[in-house]
Design a protein around this ligand. Structure first.
Ligand code: HEM
Length: 447
């Protein structure tokens, strides 16, 4: 035993781990890491750790030894080496809620098959022929319901828009129908559990979310049975050209797999883009000039950082920039830290859509790039709101389309202001605590 301990010790002695603080036993530094902070900043925890330890540091987060990376190059390296040196590794509680077949949890061949189905379904061809029209229809449905001089939560309206779009696109469920409204309510409870502490006791948000998960799965399963019967009897309607029909026809997934896929896509497809739309509404009202020149999508994604970091673990011992990342450790590439890094983006905390004006020149600080020829690739690589590598967000094009169409019709038809002060906080999921209350004025009849 002593020999073994010495062996482990000597192995440890040769490792050069990044500096850092492992915090308390088991909980480590998780509380500090998850403390809410302004969404347009990296938060006090990251600021203090980076200034003490540098952009790569070790910690103990979510119950595991972890390397945190705010380093642009290491983040890219991790995402590009998915399946070789690193692998997607979300906390167990996420699997409990989203399901063991969720794309966020799967790795290897099964992940690839699910991803292929999702990508085909959201291909550029389908975006043009199908989704553009649908996105526009759902935008106008929401905007058309806004009364002159009325005040409401912009975040709730944006959620209504993205949820309606997803429910229609995934299961042909129509907005306003009782079953769609019930599903929307269940999703609100479900969401609270995805981001809460995984305590499975009566009354906790996590327990309620697990119950919501069962209710949502029952709704999806009923839809599925109904569809299988229709397909068998040849009663399928042409407008039911949705994801449910697509997986039933083009895959041989089991019922359980289809249920988790649909539940996850409904989740991934509406929470993220709706918060991004609310962020654009918020940034734009503080920057009237930019409403004239609408190049706000990239800037909103850079500054708002809806997804701030992704979860990985090291599959092998990795040596990077002189540090060792031991096999089995968690690795968190924090993409938001790169978007808010002053050595990469000039005045990163300023909402400045003009930094995206000359394709390639993204407000990249001249001090960090000596050669101009390399700056455009470097800058592209420093923008990762949708992750990267083999797990790049499957819905990134759809999300940008939703934001562009929604914002286009919003600025054409409305003037808006904040009805009361509110700002985006990272919990670390991004949310407006008051729901972003806005007051709207029609510029003219809806175009
Ligand atoms: C502004 C909005 C959005 C943002 C910022 C965003 C961000 C991300 C990020 C960072 C990942 C990578 C997670 C990882 O590497 O572990 C991801 C994955 C994913 N996203 Fe999005 N997303 C958005 C909208 C959407 C939409 C509209 C959909 C449509 C259904 C979607 C579907 C997915 C799926 C299926 C994955 C898993 C991909 C895989 O593992 O291969 N997302 N998203």
């Amino acid at each position: 035993l002593i020999l073994l301990q010495n062996l482990i010790k000597s192995k440890k002695a040769t490792l050069k781990l990044p500096p850092g603080n492992m915090g308390w036993p088991f909980i480590g530094e998780t509380m500090g890491y998850l403390k809410p902070y302004s969404a347009t900043s990296i938060g006090e925890f990251m600021e203090q750790h980076i200034s003490r330890f540098g952009k790569i540091y070790k910690s103990n987060l979510f119950g595991e030894s972890t390397i945190v990376s705010a380093d642009a190059e290491l983040n890219r390296f991790i995402l590009q080496n998915e399946g070789r040196l690193f692998e997607c590794s979300y906390p167990r509680s996420i699997g409990g809620i989203l399901g063991k077949w969720s794309m966020l949890v799967l790795v290897g061949d099964m992940h690839r098959d699910m991803r292929t189905i999702s990508l085909n379904f959201m291909s550029n061809a389908r975006l043009r022929t199908h989704l553009l029209r649908e996105v526009e229809r759902h935008t106008l449905l929401v905007l058309g319901s806004w009364k002159e001089n009325s005040t409401f939560s912009a975040q709730d309206e944006a959620k209504k828009f993205t949820f309606n779009l997803m429910a229609k696109h995934i299961m042909s469920m129509d907005p306003g129908k009782p079953e769609t409204e019930q599903l929307k309510r269940e999703y609100i409870t479900f969401m609270k559990g995805v981001v809460s502490a995984p305590l499975n006791f009566p009354g906790t948000a996590y327990r309620k979310a697990l119950q919501s998960r069962s209710t949502i799965l029952r709704v999806i399963e009923l839809k599925m049975k109904d569809r299988i019967e229709k397909m068998r009897d040849g009663r399928e309607e042409t407008e039911e050209d949705d994801l449910l029909g697509w997986v039933l026809k083009h895959s041989n997934f089991s019922t359980e797999q289809i249920l988790d896929l649909i539940l996850s896509l409904l989740f991934a497809g509406h929470e993220t883009s709706s918060v991004s739309i609310a962020l654009a509404i918020y940034f734009l009202q503080g920057c009237p000039n930019s409403v004239q020149q609408l190049r706000v999508i990239s800037e909103t994604l850079r500054l708002g950082n809806v997804v701030r970091f992704v979860h990985r673990k090291a599959l092998k011992d990795v040596r990077y920039k002189g540090y060792d990342i031991p096999r089995g450790w968690k690795v968190l590439p924090v993409v938001s830290a790169v978007h808010l890094d002053p050595s990469i983006y000039d005045q990163p905390q300023h909402f400045n859509p003009w930094r995206w004006q000359n394709n390639g020149n993204r407000g990249y600080s001249s001090s960090s790039s000596s050669s101009n020829s390399s700056s455009s690739t470097t800058t592209n690589n420093n923008f990762m709101p949708f992750g990267g590598g083999p797990r790049l967000c499957a819905g990134s094009e759809l999300a940008k389309l939703e934001m562009a169409v929604f914002i286009h019709h919003l600025v054409l038809n409305y003037h808006w202001e904040l009805a009361e002060p509110d700002h985006a906080l990272a919990f670390p999921f991004v949310d407006f605590p008051k729901g972003l209350p806005i007051r709207v004025h029609h510029l003219h009849d809806l175009i």
